[in-house]
Design a protein around this ligand. Structure first.
Ligand SMILES: C[S@@+](CC[C@H](N)C(=O)[O-])C[C@H]1O[C@@H](n2cnc3c(N)ncnc32)[C@H](O)[C@@H]1O
Length: 302
């Protein structure tokens, strides 16, 4: 299945803020939906850099780079954005967007091992060219640490008994095996949700260091942005959205100890809040994955 881009026009328009040229970044290329729309709205002098961890996304982006001179793809985590761009002599950018989480092809291809809906080898790596698979990671981690991760990243209230069952099972080779282990010890308290949903989410976040990467990425994005440059981030679950919301809040609020009469230079704010957007009813109807999406937009202050 191909990837349907979420909040496509809203995100690209927010990043551009009427500009038609400049240097822009798509931190999460995926299948390039947002990048392509961005390129279509930019003139011939503009430059667009995109990042992705996933070799399949990189293959698609490489083809696009061959067709469009304005576009370059970087196979790296967006956690390394500043270093990667600086190495290419890019010190400042006019706008940046990130559409976090997994793409539909990652979820839908059984062999990527992300989903309990499709049986495949238990992998879950966004960058499957390096690092530990979920299978290896589950063998290494101890029960308490695993329970903590399932609780924290999955917001799963039965984390202890699930972690115990996983560790008792030993080597778990496939997504179906893991889903069954969780299902057997889970009291299924949520309607319309597979009992393994939260556990799979937690393991995926941990394996790919998803929240750590976002935390490292945000301040770098702000440092890279020129005044009036825009940051637009789409998130799909509350943990991620909370991080982004708190970051923008902190960067756009005056420190409490600044009262009137204190020198201007103590104003450390670097961002101004611009918008937060949910997918429209129509978009949710057309693409149910957009239901949980939040787009947050902020602008770099001088
Ligand atoms: C939701 S998809 C993006 C879809 C894209 N906007 C589109 O329209 O096709 C998220 C992508 O971000 C990538 N990704 C996730 N975390 C990343 C990270 N830390 N660094 C680089 N890429 C990452 C994933 O591999 C995936 O391809």
């Amino acid at each position: 299945m191909s990837h349907i881009s979420v909040l496509l026009h809203e995100t690209v328009d927010a990043v551009l803020a009427q500009r038609t040229t400049g240097v822009f970044v798509d931190a999460t290329f995926g299948r390039g939906g947002h990048t392509r729309l961005l390129l279509s709205k930019l003139d011939e002098n503009a430059q667009v850099f995109a990042f992705d961890k996933d070799p399949e996304a990189i293959a698609v982006a490489t083809q696009l780079a061959e067709q469009d001179q304005r576009f370059s793809i970087i196979h790296a985590s967006f956690a390394d954005i500043k270093m990667e761009l600086n190495q290419r002599d890019i010190m400042h950018i006019d706008g940046i967007m990130a559409d976090l989480g997994v793409s539909s092809p990652q979820l839908d291809q059984a062999e990527r091992g992300f989903s309990f809906m499709h049986n495949g080898a238990l992998d879950m790596r966004m960058d499957n060219s390096q690092g530990q698979t979920a299978r290896e990671w589950l063998l290494d981690i101890d029960e308490t640490a695993l329970a903590d991760i399932i609780y924290k990243y999955g917001e799963e209230r039965y984390s202890r008994r699930i972690a115990k069952a996983i560790k008792q099972a030993g080597d778990i080779a496939t997504t179906a095996e893991l889903a069954d282990i969780v299902k057997n010890v889970h009291p299924k308290w949520e309607k319309h949700k597979h009992p393994a949903t939260r556990t799979f989410q937690a393991i995926r976040i941990a394996i790919n260091k998803e929240l750590d990467d976002v935390e490292i990425f945000l301040p770098q994005a702000v440092e890279l942005l020129k005044p009036q440059g825009r940051l637009a981030v789409i998130s799909f679950h509350s943990l991620e959205d909370r991080l982004i919301k708190q970051f923008i809040q902190q960067e756009s609020t005056l420190p409490e100890d600044i009262g009137w009469g204190l020198p201007q230079q103590q104003d450390t704010r670097r961002l101004k809040k611009i918008d937060r957007v949910k997918a429209s009813e129509q978009e949710v109807k057309d693409n149910p994955r957009s239901r949980s999406a939040w787009l947050r937009v902020a602008e770099r202050l001088a």
